[in-house]
Design a protein around this ligand. Structure first.
Ligand code: ZN
Length: 472
């Protein structure tokens, strides 16, 4: 085993084990607690992903069965913006969370298999851990997220269903990015915050396109902060990590263990051209399938001249390549891998591929994060084995409020039970409400925002009143 490979793999493993142990311990803790001198008002919903090193998401193709109802997210959102534009709101939302916490999140393809059913809890080969779709719902809802493992133990854990009856906007109310941040927060394990300005506040009360400190504290409580640089010393050409010992007999290097912690921390590598070269050197930086890092790669020669720079600007997870022609055995080249910009996408895992010949060089294989399906653990005293009597109130609510899907409030939270149908029983979800609800009412009406201002009350007397909904 190569020393560099072993060292970096061990570092990755340590981070993974630390995060997993920490997350395990946290599931036993109360959902809300005051810490030291500052008050944290964010909550955890009791779930988290077992392998934070790679959490995936995917977009359900239209027609995907969500409890028997076909998803129509593409049809409805294609009407307001090009597909890439609205999908980028979700991609950016995922990267916004990754930017502040110790996990990688990345998009993968989606087969369109029905939501739920039998499959892996994490790393199902057919779709992302978090699947994003949409169905029409009551206008009181913007969307809901099925809570992450172990609350939901099957492949439906973390899935997001947007209300496709809403008139979605980009950079205006109801703002898709703001709601995507909120729902992905739930899918990662965040509960609601008591702070009205937090993204994880229970109601939509205006655009929130960045995280508040309360949201950041909450997600770091679950997954820890962005990990420290596992290779802190390769900060310049003179301290570049030498990958030459990884060159295989076909003239290829596959280095899987890169991680960019922030824009200001580029990773320097070098490689010496082997005698087996056919005369070209193609260097590839890959964050696609690995993380939401927006990559930027430069190749520098031994005279310290930059031969070229490629970027994946605008992409959250990408594969970029640069080829140098007429390389000569014995020459040394430097590779500078970093983020393309600050903000969402400035951190995350990546791999480097170097090919000095014509042999096929496969992409970096992602870390195996497979967790098999487990029984639902439930939440708030609810269990999948509820009696018919227990189910009566939920089911009535389901029909009244959730339209084609079905849910109900538990007394003191917005966790709802969703009956996905097809004999799958009940799943557990958290909904984002379009408007604040009446304090004492169990049922919410689909109120028009302008008509409902007098009904908006703070959840508790000491909390600030939600700001007025700005109607588009
Ligand atoms: Zn919510």
């Amino acid at each position: 085993m190569n020393r560099i490979t072993a060292r970096c793999r061990d570092a990755v493993r340590r981070i993974r084990d630390r995060d997993r142990d920490r997350a395990r311990a946290r599931t036993l803790c109360p959902a809300v607690e005051g810490l030291e001198d500052r008050k944290l008002l964010s909550t955890a919903n009791g779930g988290h992903w077992y392998y934070p090193i790679r959490i995936t998401y995917s977009f359900m193709p239209d027609g995907t069965s969500i409890g028997g109802v076909p998803s129509n997210l593409f049809q409805s959102l294609n009407a307001i913006a090009p597909t890439t534009t609205w999908q980028d709101q979700f991609r950016k939302a995922a990267a916004i969370w990754q930017q502040v916490a110790g996990f990688n999140i990345v998009e993968v393809p989606d087969s369109g298999d029905p939501v739920g059913g039998v499959g892996n809890q994490q790393n199902d080969p057919r779709y992302g851990d978090i699947r994003i779709g949409g169905t029409p719902m009551s206008m009181g809802y913007l969307g809901y997220a099925l809570l992450p493992p172990p609350i939901n133990g099957g492949p439906d854990a973390g899935d997001i269903v947007m209300n496709t009856s809403q008139l979605w906007k980009i950079n205006n109310d109801y703002d898709l990015l703001s709601v995507a941040i909120h729902e992905i927060g739930h899918s990662l394990g965040m509960g609601h915050s008591a702070i009205a300005t937090a993204d994880m506040y229970s109601y939509y009360n205006g655009m929130k396109q960045t995280l508040q400190s309360d949201d950041t504290s909450g997600i770091q409580y679950l997954y820890g902060p962005v990990p420290a640089d596992a290779t802190p010393n390769n900060v310049g050409l003179s301290s570049a990590i030498d990958l030459s010992s990884l060159i295989d007999p076909q003239g290829r290097v596959s280095y899987a263990f890169g991680y960019v912690t922030k824009l200001a921390n580029p990773e320097y590598y070098k490689v010496t051209v082997p005698s087996t070269t056919t005369g070209t050197m193609t260097v590839t930086m890959q964050s696609s399938l690995l993380s939401s890092l927006t990559p930027r790669l430069s190749v520098v020669n031994s005279a310290q001249q930059t031969l070229g720079t490629v970027t994946g600007t605008g992409l959250y997870g990408a594969t970029i390549s640069f080829t140098v022609n007429n390389v000569v055995p014995g020459e040394t080249y430097y590779l500078v891998a970093k983020a393309a910009k600050s903000g969402p996408g400035e951190n995350g895992a990546f791999g480097l591929l170097i090919n000095f010949g014509n042999s096929y060089l496969p992409p970096i294989t992602p870390y195996d994060t497979t967790v098999a399906q487990q029984p639902d653990q439930g939440v708030n005293g609810w269990s999948p084995e509820m009696t018919p009597k227990d189910m009566r109130r939920p089911l009535r609510f389901l029909r009244n409020q959730m339209g084609p899907n079905q849910g109900d409030d538990t007394p003191d939270s917005q966790v709802i039970a969703i009956k996905l149908g097809d004999g799958q029983g009940v799943s557990y979800a958290d909904a984002l409400l379009a408007t604040p609800r009446r304090q004492s009412s169990r049922f919410r009406q689909p109120l028009h925002p302008r008509q409902s201002s007098h009904l908006r009350q703070p959840l508790h007397a000491t909390h600030p009143r939600p700001s007025r909904f700005r109607h588009a």
